[in-house]
Design a protein around this ligand. Structure first.
Ligand SMILES: NC(=O)c1ccc[n+]([C@@H]2O[C@H](COP(=O)([O-])OP(=O)(O)OC[C@H]3O[C@@H](n4cnc5c(N)ncnc54)[C@H](O)[C@@H]3O)[C@@H](O)[C@H]2O)c1
Ligand SMILES: [Zn+2]
Ligand SMILES: [Zn+2]
Length: 341
């Protein structure tokens, strides 16, 4: 079957690989739609590990239900990409996202468990979730990034009336901004280095204002505009300038949520956190409950996720789509892949 595998720095190849085979009760699916994630872009940038088949945000149709007796051929499903051991103390206390196995063997993020940039894939049965008929394949592929934003907002603990700044208007930033408003923020700003994405955040109705992060005076202006800083800042980029700006524009005593990931250490002005007694809170993934909540919110029409989908491409256009998503000028934030296209 056809797949897209990482070949080198910013380079994919279309690769013929063996179809997944049943080994120990895994669920085998036909991939219907699979999202390209900002985290995947970090691997693409690094070109490692070679041979990686990415894709951890997907909707599929069951070909073989494996050990899941409640599933049948043809059911539509998605799955959590995490791979918790279920034995360690993190797993036992309901935090599978901290388990050391979770990312080592994560689906679409490890060589051991290839992801959805392929015609078919196999998934650990206990991570598979059947989805309701009233949400589309495209919406199902949006569940995973939506759950990332929901988890960040749960940790942010926003109070009605808070002023919130989201740094980075990729899909994670946009979803976080959307949930910040639902939590009662009276003002949500988005800062972006890509003007087209920043303006789009406003057009999509998730942000009240867009701030150009390339402007040298941005931090000073934001501090004046907010009379000393935002109550909560949600950092959704991971690079040094972005994390530094987060620490600089939050109010004294305020809270910064770090969602953005960097594969390398980043330099930040820790003195800002010390002098202003900031709370800096990391946010990784989601719990199973948060994942299910996002499916429910879509099914109950409480959130509208299709507006964030910019394009649907075939496997042959994955390389081009990564280039588009990283151009720094295009306003696309989420591209889905349809391996049959
Ligand atoms: N913690 C988690 O569980 C989790 C889950 C998914 C993604 N992530 C991470 O979150 C980040 C965002 O994901 P995404 O899919 O939205 O990625 P993305 O690459 O699409 O979005 C990042 C955005 O940040 C903007 N940006 C870069 N530097 C900036 C700066 N200094 N100020 C303002 N904006 C800046 C870019 O223009 C881009 O639009 C990535 O680092 C990703 O790896 C974390
Ligand atoms: Zn993702
Ligand atoms: Zn564990």
């Amino acid at each position: 079957m056809k797949s897209v595998a990482l070949k080198g720095v910013k380079q994919f190849e279309i690769k013929d690989v063996e179809e997944p085979k049943q080994e120990s009760g895994e669920v085998i699916i036909d991939v219907l739609k699979c999202g390209i994630c900002g985290s995947d872009i970090h691997y693409w940038d690094a070109g490692e590990p070679k041979g990686l088949i990415m894709g951890h945000e997907y909707c599929g149709k069951v070909l073989d239900p494996g050990s899941r007796e409640d599933l049948k051929v043809g059911d539509r499903v998605t799955a959590l990409p995490i791979s918790p051991c279920l034995k360690c103390s993190a797993c036992r206390t309901g935090n599978p996202q901290y388990c050391k196995d979770t990312w080592t063997y994560a689906t679409g993020l490890s060589l051991t468990n290839p992801g959805g940039l392929a015609e078919k894939m196999k998934i650990r049965p206990d991570m598979v979730i059947k989805v309701p008929d009233n949400i589309t394949d495209e919406e199902v592929a949006m569940v995973e990034p939506t759950a990332v934003g929901l988890h960040a907002i749960h940790l942010a603990d926003i109070k009605v009336g808070d002023k919130v700044l989201v740094i980075g208007g990729g899909i994670i930033g946009l979803v976080s901004a959307m949930f910040a408003k639902m939590e009662g923020a009276r003002f949500v700003g988005v800062s972006e280095t890509n003007e087209a994405r920043g303006k789009k955040a406003m057009r999509l109705g998730v942000a009240d204002a867009f701030y150009d992060a390339k402007k040298e005076t941005m931090i000073q202006e934001l501090l004046e505009e907010t009379d000393g800083g935002f109550d909560i800042v949600i950092e959704c980029c991971g690079n040094s300038p972005a994390v530094s700006s987060a620490l600089s524009v939050v109010k004294p005593g305020g809270k910064v949520i770090l969602v953005g990931v960097s594969l390398n250490p980043v330099t930040i002005p820790t003195v800002a956190a010390v002098m202003h007694e900031l709370t800096v809170q990391g946010a990784i993934a989601y719990t199973k409950e948060e994942f299910q909540t996002c499916i429910d919110l879509m099914s109950e029409k409480k959130i509208e996720m299709l507006k964030f989908v910019d394009d649907i491409v075939g496997l042959k256009d994955v390389q081009k789509s990564y280039e588009r998503l990283t151009s720094g000028v295009d306003d696309a934030v989420k591209i889905l892949v349809d391996p049959k296209k």
